[in-house]
Structures are given as C-alpha cells and as structure tokens.
Write a protein that binds this ligand. Structure first.
Ligand SMILES: Cc1ncc(COP(=O)(O)O)c(C=O)c1O
Length: 558
C-alpha cells in the first residue's frame, strides 16, 4: 500500500515537472514568436554574427565597379570621385586639416570617421573624401566651417536643435545671466527649478520630475524605477529602437556584454501583445516613438547602405493604433509604459508624443532640446512610480543621484527654453506642422521623381530619411555630393536629415534645389548605373559570398 502511494507520488511529481517544463517551453516559444524576424530582432545572434564578419575592402579598381559596371561607367565614376576629391581638398582645406589632427587623439572622431560608408569602401573614401568635423559659427538655419563655407544645417544637432541655433544661443545666454550670482554651486537648487518642474508637469501631464545629465541616464532611471516598483526583472524594448547607450537598452551589436534582462520584441505585433499579456517578469515597456517612421528597423545609417532595401514610411494611424493597444495591455498587466521622448519630445506636438498619438504613458523621458542647448535628461512620472523609497522598509531604496543633476546653468537654460516654448508664438508653430512638412517632403519627392532620380524621402514631421528606389551599391555616395552642395549632414549621412522648425518655405526650397542638384550630379557621374538583372537580393547574395570567401581565407591564414 505504502509502495503504491510512493509510486503515485513519484508519478505525480513527474507529471508536475513535465507540465512545468512544457509550460516553460511554451513561454519560450511564445517569446521567440514575438521576436522580429530580422537580425536586429535577435540581439544575441546579431552579436555572435557580428564577430564573424571579416574585414576586407575593395582596391581602387573594384571600388568603382563592385556592382559589375562596365569600364566606361567605372571611368565616369572615377572621374566624378576625383573631381569631388579635388573640390573637397580645395574648399575644406583648413577644416579637414584640423579634423585629421584631432582624429589622432579623439576616439569618437575615429569611430564616426570609420562608420560613414560601408566598410568595403571605407579606405578609398577616407583617403580621398575626408570630411571636416569642425565648425566655427551658426546663424539662422546655417552653419559655417573653418574655411568660411556656409552649409544648410540638416544635422539638427542630434535632435537638440528644434527651434534654430539662435534660439538656443539666447536661452543659454539669458539663462547664464540669471544664475550668475549662484554660479556652479551644486547640491542646493536655484529657485527657478520650481518653475521648470511646474512647466514640465503641465507639458507631460505627469506628477513628478527628476533631472539627470543625459537622455541615456534618464532612460536608466525610468527603467530602474519600473523594476523597483513592479519587483519584476525584465524590460521590453522594440526591435531597432534606440534608447541611448546603456547596456540594458542596447543588447545587440555595440555592447560587448549580453543584456540578460532585456527582451527585444517586434513592434506592431500580436505575438508581442500576447507575451506582455502572459508573462509575469516584465517590469516595463520602452517605446521610442520615432520608430513610427521605421518600425522594427534600427535607426538607419549610411554605413550599412549596401543596397537599397532601406525603407521608411510613417503611417500615423497604424502607429497610433499600436500604441493604444500597447497601452491597454500594459494597464491590464500593471506593466509600466515608458515613452522615451528624448528625441521626439517637443518636435511633434506641444505635449510631445503623448499628445501627438493621443496615448498617455506612466513615465516619460525627455532630453536633448529641453535643456535649452545644454546637456540634460529628465524623467517625469506618476507619483507612485517616481518614489525612491518605501515608508515601511527604510533600507529598500531605489538610488539615483548625479553630481551635475539640476546644475543651475542647465536649469536656467531650460527655464528660458520652457518659458519661450509655452508662448503663443512658439505654440503657433505646431499648428499645421505635419501639413507643412508633409507638403515640403511631397514637393521634394515630386521633383526627384520628375528628374527620374532613384531617390525619395520619407518623413515624420520634420524628420526625414532618404530612401533609394532602385537597387544600387553606391547610394552612400550621395552624402558626399550633398556636402559639395553646401548641405551639412551628421555622420549617419543621408539616413537622417533633421530640420529645425525655423526653416521657412524659402529655406526649404533652396535645400530642395541643392538636394536635386546633388542627386543629378551623382547620376551623371554614373553611380546609379543599373544592370536590370541586379536586385537587392543579388547584391546581398554577392556580398555574403565575398564575406564567406574572406572569412575562409582569414581562417586558413591563422
Ligand atoms: C530616444 C532616445 N533616447 C535616449 C537617447 C540618449 O540620449 P543622450 O545621447 O543624451 O544620452 C537618445 C539619443 O539620441 C534618443 O534618441
């Protein structure tokens, strides 16, 4: 009898263990189904694969005909390339000289200098088309380099510049004057922080505010708070979304360590909603609303522009619907919904992405422009989520401090920013903002199409991404033609053009003229020669073959 009971107990235990493992397996399967199919959707695999990509590059001959272009086309390209090179050396001499000197010792410059074009083409480009990283002044929508060349600024200072450089010169100058008497005394606050807090609460519709030194830090703190209050371990970020360079939000390429408590899931996906609905370890979901322009794809750069598959298209209605459904699931499961508005806050609508999409978050991070031109990160949130200690457990705290948090000069520039931002004149800028920028993008696209150029832009308000409509290996060359036309781009090249909102129609039309002229020059120089048999797939396959061959070669050597 006893034997029978023991056997039954064993079977019972076995069945429970089996059921548990089946459940765990099922949950794992659901998690994999909620990943985006692309490599960016598989952070761990991406990191592993990155380690296998061998370095190789094209010699001078192959540089011009890597797509199998005939000799006459390659010659055309070569002539165009060296003409551009001469123009750069003559026109940007001092700026280039200074950059070369600085690059010896500024590691960031070495990095950005190396990642402007696909690595196979890097050596030739760096030798003959060096770019300047120095400017001496800015005014209106223009910047001036050390040689006195004036460029239309399409860099947007990484997104900080929403209202034009002169605006921020004013906020910094007036702000500095207002806190001069206190100076850089830290720890104690300058009284204008009270008004900042009040204004940010009004804008965000949330209860409390904390100040940090960068957008990355603001995101770190928002996630830490979510983990603290939910007592759950994992954060969900969406495939491709950028949230700064903290390890937990950058689990893939770029981070030498795996991020064990991050799930990278697909955006706009039923499977993702199912995972959120059923798992019990998810503390928060991080949304970067900029992804509306390219859901599930990483922020584009020209360094990966090896073919023409880059695609961007902003469907506001579809993205709004997704955010609403996400909001509902997060509420249902007590998951903290964090909007990371470091980049798009203050760009889309007076109340930021929350207002623009009509969806309220539990925590919001701001940064960049809200500092009035100085370094900043801000977290706003519901009172219960912002609290960093427990009344009943004094040793259980959520620590977050920072030497320069709430620096008087930053708070003062922010104060000037917020005051002006809330004036009727600046608020009026947001009336018809999308219609204005959609119209401008449409006009540019029509001109490009009329000229038969294989280039189009996609936009989310004043954020533009350049896309290419016919398979080509050389799209990244466009950034060099654009610079020759006096258009300043950031190191990601044509992947992103950030317009400040003080661009008038007349300014934009000049940019459009120059953009079209640059694309025409590039076409005339043969870079967009196109073999009808060439597709994006054949380009990818050819590159994959090159990589495998070089990989085999290098492993044979070792
Ligand atoms: C959405 C988003 N979050 C966070 C960050 C990081 O901000 P910071 O560069 O100030 O650390 C960025 C920066 O580009 C961003 O775009």
């Amino acid at each position: 009898m006893q034997w029978a009971t023991t056997t039954l107990a064993f079977y019972g235990l076995g069945a429970t263990a089996l059921a548990t493992s089946m459940l765990t397996l099922g949950r794992r399967l659901e998690l994999s189904q909620a990943k985006h199919r692309s490599i960016a959707g598989h952070a761990r695999m991406a990191r592993r694969l990155a380690g296998f990509v061998p370095f190789y590059d094209y010699d001078e001959g192959r540089f011009f005909d890597s797509d199998g272009a005939p000799a006459d086309v390659a010659a055309l390209r070569r002539a165009g390339f060296f003409r551009l090179s001469e123009l750069y050396q003559a026109r940007f001499a001092e700026t280039i000289h200074c950059t070369a000197e600085a690059a010896e010792t500024i590691s960031d410059l070495q990095f950005t200098g190396a990642y402007r074009v696909p690595f196979q083409y890097r050596r030739m480009v760096r030798a003959h088309l060096p770019l300047g990283a120095f400017l001496q002044s800015s005014d209106g929508v223009m910047v001036t380099d050390l040689d006195g060349n004036r460029f239309y600024d399409l860099t947007g200072s990484y997104g900080v510049n929403v209202f034009g450089c002169d605006f921020y010169k004013g906020t910094i100058e007036r702000g500095a004057a207002r806190v001069h008497a206190l100076g850089p005394v830290l720890g104690a606050y300058h009284p204008l922080i009270i008004e900042n807090t009040k204004r940010i609460r009004e804008i965000s519709g949330l209860d409390e505010v904390s100040f940090h030194m960068s957008g990355t830090e603001a995101v770190m703190q928002a996630v830490r708070l979510a983990r603290y209050h939910t007592r759950r371990s994992h954060l969900v970020r969406f495939c491709g979304a950028y949230h700064g360079w903290w390890g937990d939000v950058q689990p893939g390429i770029g981070n030498p360590q795996p991020a064990h408590e991050t799930y990278t899931l697909a955006e706009m996906s039923e499977e993702t909603l199912h995972v959120l609905r059923t798992r019990r370890d998810i503390a928060c979901v991080l949304v970067n609303p900029e992804q509306g322009l390219h859901p599930n794809a990483p922020a584009p750069t020209d360094s990966s522009l090896l073919d023409s598959t880059r695609s961007s298209h902003f469907d506001k209605a579809a993205y709004t619907d997704w955010l609403k459904r996400l909001r509902a699931v997060c509420s249902e499961r007590d998951i903290v919904l964090i909007f990371d508005e470091v980049f798009v806050g203050f760009r889309l609508a007076p109340g930021g992405a929350q207002e623009y999409f009509g969806v309220r978050a539990d925590l919001v991070t701001y940064g960049k422009t809200i500092g009035g031109g100085l370094p900043i990160g801000v977290v706003c949130g519901r009172k219960d989520l912002m609290k960093r200690f427990r009344d009943d457990r004094p040793a259980d705290i959520c620590f977050a401090r920072g030497t320069f948090n709430a620096h008087p000069y930053v708070m003062a520039a922010m104060n000037e920013f917020l005051r002006q931002f809330q004036t009727p004149e600046l608020q009026a800028l947001y009336h018809n903002l999308d219609a204005v920028w959609d119209g401008r993008a449409r006009r540019l696209n029509r001109r490009l199409a009329d000229e038969g150029l294989p280039v189009q832009v996609a936009n989310m308000s004043a954020l533009f991404v350049v896309c290419y409509t016919q398979p080509s290996r050389y799209n990244w060359m466009l950034q060099y033609y654009l610079r020759a036309q006096g258009l300043a781009l950031s190191w990601v090249g044509t992947a992103r053009m950030i317009f400040s909102l003080n661009y008038t129609d007349a300014d934009f039309d000049i940019v459009a003229d120059r953009f079209v002229a640059a694309a025409k020059a590039m076409a005339e120089d043969g870079w967009w020669w196109h073999d009808p048999a060439m597709t994006n797939k054949t380009i990818k396959r050819a590159i994959m073959k090159e990589m495998i061959a070089h990989r085999l070669l290098s492993s044979r050597k070792h």
